[in-house]
Design a protein around this ligand. Structure first.
Ligand code: 8OZ
Length: 366
């Protein structure tokens, strides 16, 4: 046995005892089965193969058809979708793992061709993002959105609530609310995308309101000990910006703390890119939240070990390394090289680049 890393220490996350600090980050893989937007049957193997993670977080899953922004992403709003996801949670549990589902509404990052009746996507304000989505097999500009009416906002909170109940019925151990990366809840929060004049726009309190109401509603249904939130305070992806992210996200973190949520999952820097994009004090953010802090973005064995030993995080979420290393935990433990990922098979397709990355040979005597 090689030297142990603190990534292999157990951690209590609400009712779930995680055997290690290694989290599989949520990652869109665009293999859901249309037209019902069911989790692909191969997702049973995909998540099952990765079940030695302390915690698995699924790819983002829309809470309604309106919440879909890309082709071939799974939903969690219909009975058929619940049944498809149940196959995944059962496999992960049989193999001894724990799995949360990430709930999203993409808001303005969508296209009329994905929307009910070909309608415009919805957003806090009618500001089109300079961003692309993936539809009909290719990249396309996102559509011009329309601003949500006040009365419609309650329906979106209900969609998240319903999705959380569905997640429980599908056997998930909890849910992660996707409030990062420029999707609906982040669009409300950051002032580059929100020009509302009502109780959901203007001040930090108002802009944070939707995210907080959704969090409160979800936690009220399935318990705060099974509810986490993901944020990306300074990531510019999907045309996002904010005039004062430190104040905004510290306020949000304090309020999420008051709701007793089980974790705060923070993308540090540009999602999937540089960690050093802007000055942001993550240690100060962390002080606002007493639940678990999951750090994400560009972590490897050395950086993850260092973050845990400095008490800068409780858990470390790994994204792309988990695509190409189903046994990432074992590889980190044994300090052996990781498989390289193939970006060509990240989105869409079938088994290739999904469930065929090699595991280490089993060294235990059989
Ligand atoms: C890559 C492609 C499509 C969606 C995110 C859910 O950025 C995503 C996503 C990533 O959070």
């Amino acid at each position: 046995m090689n030297t142990l890393t603190n990534l292999l220490e157990p951690f209590r996350l609400g009712p779930n005892l995680l055997p290690n600090r290694v989290v599989m980050a949520p990652m869109t893989r665009s293999r859901a089965v249309a037209p019902l937007m069911l989790a692909n049957p191969l997702a049973v193997d995909y998540y099952g193969q990765r079940s030695s993670a302390g915690l698995l977080i699924t790819e983002a899953s829309q809470v309604s058809q309106q919440g879909q922004g890309y082709q071939d992403t799974p939903g969690i709003y219909s009975a058929e979708q619940v049944a498809a996801w149940r196959n995944v949670t059962e496999r992960v549990h049989v193999l001894g793992g724990r799995i949360f589902i990430q709930l999203w509404h993409t808001g303005r990052i969508s296209h009329t061709s994905l929307q009910p009746g070909g309608a415009p996507p919805v957003a806090p304000s009618a500001i089109r993002a300079r961003s692309k989505t993936f539809i009909g097999g290719s990249l396309a500009d996102v559509s011009e959105p329309r601003a949500l009416e006040l009365a419609e906002i309650r329906l979106i909170i209900d969609q998240f609530k319903r999705a959380a109940l569905n997640a429980r019925e599908a056997g998930f151990d909890g849910v992660e609310i996707h409030a990062a990366n420029g999707y609906l809840l982040d669009q409300f929060a950051r002032d580059g995308a929100n020009e509302r004049q009502d109780s959901y726009g203007g001040s930090i309190e108002n802009r944070a309101r939707l995210m907080l109401k959704v969090s409160e509603a979800v936690a009220g249904e399935i318990g705060p000990e099974r509810t986490g939130v993901r944020i990306s305070p300074v990531s510019p992806a999907n045309d996002m910006s904010d005039s004062n992210p430190q104040s905004l996200f510290e306020y949000i973190s304090k309020r999420l703390n008051a709701l007793n949520l089980v974790y705060l999952h923070v993308i540090e820097g540009v999602a999937g890119g540089s960690r050093d994009v802007a000055t942001f004090d993550y240690a100060s953010l962390r002080k606002c939240f007493s639940g678990a802090y999951i750090a994400n973005n560009g972590y490897d064995l050395a950086l993850g070990t260092e973050a845990l030993s400095k008490d800068a995080a409780d858990l470390i979420a790994f994204g792309r390394p988990f695509i190409s290393n189903p046994d990432l935990v074992e590889r980190l433990a044994q300090r052996v090289p990781l498989n390289k990922w193939d970006t060509a098979t990240f989105y869409g397709g079938s088994a290739e680049g999904y469930i065929d990355y090699p595991r280490l040979p089993n060294r235990a005597s059989s």
